[in-house]
Design a protein around this ligand. Structure first.
Ligand SMILES: O=C(O)CCC(=O)C(=O)O
Ligand SMILES: [Fe+2]
Length: 344
């Protein structure tokens, strides 16, 4: 794993930058801040900018990297919330959320989904009571099957960026690199063809949405239309290729838990089974610790999470998460304005 350690000087400079930003903005959901964040990111220490520029341009193995060393004050951030909808007016993790956005801004534009966490850009990942056995970031007792983030969607992010606030039980994130896959020519060819389907994962399903009455940020009818689009992708998923890009070093688009068996095409199913087994046998554990910012190239690596026992005592594992796209224009047809970041 490619890990970047912040120096003391770099931490001091990031803190100054955060002080400047938080004197003007009080929420990461403030659209003005989101418009300005890429300018502020130019003021991050040059070594970080260079590290992420290299990650973006050269796509080094294993398709993820970590920036470590940002100090997280456990007292200041307070207890792990019980649900992502608990959002105090002034977030106790505002600094950490802005730091996460700054890092993401070096790779592209952050992106939200009307159908996920109430359309917020910065998500919380912590165990939620009642989600224990769900295939969700907020699940716990079940293995969160490895996947590409939002693999079902044509406008899925290029990157997923996770910032760890706490992880006292050392619960492992899992990942595997696309580079670890060895395939025969026949398998490769068929996996590059549109035979496969991926249904929307549970995080976009209507059953977990907040009750509409609480959904103040969004126009209800538009949200209903968004869910209708998701439902259609569920009942009538398009056929897609699970590998794309350069056959010598393919990009991947997979979420096996939400992929139906291809009863009518045994050859394609056999190639997919082979690919899934190859990834399974190359999975690695990664324990995020407070202050770690994990950047996953969503075209080059899959990720998931080991099962764990949540205590729901305010001290459970807690991450912040953003999706980042390199080209926000491609989703213009499903966003309100050129600069809005929420996909409907
Ligand atoms: O909890 C983790 O380490 C990863 C969860 C996940 O897949 C996600 O947040 O997208
Ligand atoms: Fe994920």
């Amino acid at each position: 794993m490619n890990r970047f350690w912040l120096s003391d000087d770099e931490i001091a400079s990031i803190r100054l930058l955060l002080k400047d930003i938080t004197s003007r903005y009080k929420s990461v959901e403030d659209e003005e801040l989101l418009d300005e964040i890429c300018l502020y990111a130019h003021e991050l220490p040059r070594r970080i900018r260079s590290f992420l520029n290299n990650f973006k341009l050269r796509e080094p193995s294993p398709g993820c990297c970590i920036i470590s060393g940002y100090p997280v004050d456990q007292e200041k951030i307070g207890p792990t919330p019980a649900h992502w909808k608990e959002r105090p007016e002034l977030s106790p993790t505002l600094d950490e959320e802005i730091y996460l956005l700054l890092c993401g801004s070096l790779l592209g534009e952050s992106l939200g989904w009307a159908t996920q966490q109430d359309g917020h850009i910065v998500h919380d990942v912590m165990p939620i009571k009642g989600h224990e056995y769900e295939q969700l970031g907020t699940g716990s007792e079940e293995l969160l099957w490895w996947h590409n983030e939002d693999a079902f969607h044509p406008f899925r992010g290029d990157y997923l960026v996770l910032f760890c606030l706490r992880n006292p039980d050392e619960v492992a994130t899992i990942f595997a690199s696309a580079d670890s896959i060895q395939l025969s020519g026949d398998h490769l060819n068929i996996l590059f063809e549109p035979h496969f389907t991926i249904r929307p994962d549970e995080s976009h399903q209507q059953k977990i949405k907040v009750i509409a009455a609480e959904c103040s940020r969004q126009d209800r009818s538009l949200l209903e239309a968004s869910y209708a689009a998701i439902n259609k992708m569920n009942t009538d998923p398009e056929r897609l290729a699970v590998l794309y890009g350069d056959p010598k070093s393919p990009y991947i688009r997979l979420d096996p838990y939400f992929m139906d068996r291809l009863e009518e095409n045994e050859t394609a199913q056999a190639a997919l089974d082979h690919l899934i087994r190859a990834i399974d046998s190359n999975l690695k554990d990664l324990i995020l610790m407070p202050g770690d910012c994990l950047i996953i190239d969503n075209f080059r690596a899959v990720h998931g999470r080991r099962p764990f026992k949540a205590k729901f005592d305010g001290n459970d594992r807690w991450l912040k998460r953003i999706n980042v796209t390199r080209d926000i224009r491609k989703s213009r047809s499903v966003r309100f304005s050129p600069s809005s970041r929420v996909i409907y």
